[in-house]
Design a binder for this molecule. Sequence first.
Ligand code: ADP
Ligand code: MG
Length: 382
Amino acid sequence: MLKSNEQRLSESHPEGSPLIEMRGISKVFRTPAGDFPALKDIDAAFVRGEFVSVVGKSGSGKSTLVNMLTGIDHPTAGSVQVDGRAIHNLSENAMSIWRGRNLGIVFQFFQLLPTLTLLENVMLPMDFAGAYDARQRTERALALLERVGLGDWAEKLPGAVSGGQQQAAAVARALANDPPIVIADEPTGNLDSRTADEVFGIFLELARQGKTVIMVTHDASLARRTNRMLLLCDGELIETYIAAALPRLAHRRLLWLTHRMQVQEAASGERLADVAQPGCPEGPTGLYLVTSGMLQVQRHTGEVLAKVEAGELFGLQDALVLGKARGGQAAGTLELRVDGRSEMAAQVLSLSGVDFRQWMDESPASGAYLEQRAWQHWGEMR
Ligand code: ADP
Ligand code: MG
């Protein structure tokens, strides 16, 4: 099983250690029907100031995952560290104090108190934390309401404003104690798309101002606008590179690939693998997904046919297409070699030939998709 999300994360954010680190998080719900594993051995990390979306089908574990951060629920196993402090084993009391200072939480159903004005709703967490004196609280709450476009609505009751405005007020309330982290569970799930876009804009702005924002969403178009997506399937995280390279595959297929693909590395100029066609003595080879560096596809004679960069796939069907595109016949065995002209090593995720064949047998549609992708990519070289 691939467990390299953290490693990648620190590579893509070399400037610092993560603000939030979840390690080996499992959550088992005990139900009358038996134990249900809602999260399975999750590793995830978040750096300061990034905006991360958590996506996945209904029931995939999104809420359970963010509830491990908010302390609404506790992991069965594993640890959660925030800014170097373990929070997974805090007492309820210690957790609620910590949460009041460090987290702003926004839910799908705004959960404003209906008998309090928007202003009073926003002041409530300040009253609870006691961090600001009485006069400051009013000023601060007003400033927060202005920040989310509700300056003129401060004295209204939640029932007198629109859903989008209630959610904006809920965001202002989440910011009451100026927390470094904002966690939102489907904050736009109950809003029409135009209003959802406006509320999303508030979160984007918060991230720009340095807050770490983690947002669960169903909306793929919103998720794509965040810095990074965590994709959950059946309580497990799908490897980010795999999800990005094969966006049209079913989540279960992506998870299967996450389990089967292995990290492989080679230094500048080194040969990484042979990609052989059916009928070659080695048999058909698997699939390679470049995660860093640059690979060259070449014949054993040294003739370079193509380059494969980080984020791109290369496999059997590509070799066939390349072979046919170059000279009208199959290419024989091609090798993948790390581009020697740069000093950079390359890292790939590789799927063995055996696993690749199993995948194609179980899912011919995936094979057709890969083939079509290969033709789009290499076919034009003809
Ligand atoms: P999502 O937010 O992605 O829709 P959840 O995290 O709410 O999914 O739930 C993940 C899975 O765990 C679901 O199958 C759900 O039914 C189950 N689950 C969540 N909470 C509980 C609970 N308190 N008791 C039993 N099962 C639960
Ligand atoms: Mg949920």
